[in-house]
Structure formats: structure tokens, C-alpha cells
Design a protein around this ligand. Structure first.
Ligand SMILES: C[S@@+](CC[C@H](N)C(=O)[O-])C[C@H]1O[C@@H](n2cnc3c(N)ncnc32)[C@H](O)[C@@H]1O
Length: 167
């Protein structure tokens, strides 16, 4: 493994428990195609979704520079056949078929993205990370639709739970 891969895997470690719990929450398995909204330039979540479940992942970000770096990272990890990175807004058309979605903490506007995804009858589960109390407004957490179906807790500095929305 070269240095960049080792570093990526090290930085990815804190997300492993988070994503494992999210996969259980959304009942995500290898037969699913998962949209990851807000993959960022270091697509830890996208890589972990496929590593932990075998599911195919379509990962999107509104930031074109982040998309370029994320594509490079996914190639470096040898995941090109399992993770596709697209430049798109999670609130708009994605141009791909998927049946589950996992949203990053930073995704905005959370309420619009969640409700647009659930408008698609093919989408059975949407999982979204929620900011800790003091950070709620700065991450737009006060704009999440309710009611949600279930939640799991996390021990991360900026977010402390993920919510599951279903059809
Ligand atoms: C900082 S990254 C964090 C991702 C983290 N590395 C992971 O693996 O989960 C969050 C990204 O969400 C993106 N983002 C925010 N709102 C979005 C939206 N509506 N659609 C797509 N991407 C969005 C931002 O551009 C940012 O790059």
C-alpha cells in the first residue's frame, strides 16, 4: 500500500463505526445502490459503504474541485468499479438510479434534500447525520423534516446521531 492509501485509511478509521451503524440503520446490503450526498474530496463514507456492505455507491458533491479529488482518491483505492463520483446537487436530478441514500453532516438544505429524495418512489431509506446541539443551526440541522423512523447515536465531535427517513 502506498503512503497516500495508508493515510486515507488512517483518516477513515473514525468513520468506520459510524458508517457500520448507519448501514444497520438503513438495512443497507450488497443488493442496494446507495447515493452518498456530500462525499467531499476525501470520500470516507462512500468508500466505507462499499467496503462494509458490497453495495454500489453513487457519490455526489456540489463542489467541482472536491469531485476531481474524490475521483482521484477512489481510483487510488481501486474502487472505480464500485464507487462512481458525480458533480451534482443532492437536491436536484442525479441521473442515476439508487434505492438508498446516506447524507453527510454538511449537506444543505437538509429538509429539501431529504424530501426530494423521498419523492422518488424507488428510494426506500434516507440516512442523515445530525449536528451536536450547539452546532445545530450552523449545520442547518434545524431544517430537518420530521418524523423520522429510527436513529442511532455516534461519538463524533461534530455529530452525535444519524436519522433514518423512510417512505
Ligand atoms: C466536508 S464533506 C464531508 C464528507 C466526508 N468526507 C464523508 O466521507 O462523509 C461535505 C460535503 O458536502 C457537500 N455538500 C453540501 N451540500 C450538498 C448538496 N446539497 N449536494 C451535494 N453536496 C453537498 C459540500 O460541498 C462538502 O464537500
Amino acid at each position: 500500500m502506498n503512503g497516500s492509501r495508508v493515510l486515507f485509511k488512517l483518516y477513515m478509521l473514525p468513520y468506520t463505526r459510524v458508517v457500520r451503524r448507519e448501514m444497520d440503520l438503513g438495512d443497507i446490503c450488497k443488493d442496494d445502490v446507495v447515493l452518498n450526498v456530500g462525499c467531499g474530496s476525501m470520500p470516507f463514507t462512500a468508500a466505507l459503504i462499499t467496503d462494509l456492505t458490497g453495495a454500489k455507491v453513487v457519490a455526489v458533491d456540489v463542489d467541482g474541485e472536491a469531485v476531481k479529488t474524490a475521483r482521484h482518491t477512489i481510483s487510488m483505492l481501486g474502487l472505480d468499479d464500485r464507487v462512481e463520483i458525480l458533480h451534482a446537487d443532492g437536491a436536484g436530478p442525479i441521473g442515476r438510479r439508487f434505492n438508498k441514500a446516506v447524507l453527510a453532516l454538511h449537506v444543505e438544505p437538509k429538509d429539501i434534500v431529504v424530501s426530494r429524495l423521498l419523492d422518488d418512489p424507488y428510494v426506500k431509506a434516507v440516512v442523515i447525520r445530525m449536528p451536536r446541539g450547539a452546532l445545530m443551526a450552523s449545520y442547518g440541522g434545524d431544517r430537518v423534516l420530521s418524523p423520522f423512523a429510527k436513529q442511532v447515536g455516534h461519538l463524533m465531535p461534530t455529530f452525535d446521531r444519524s436519522l433514518l427517513f423512510t417512505q
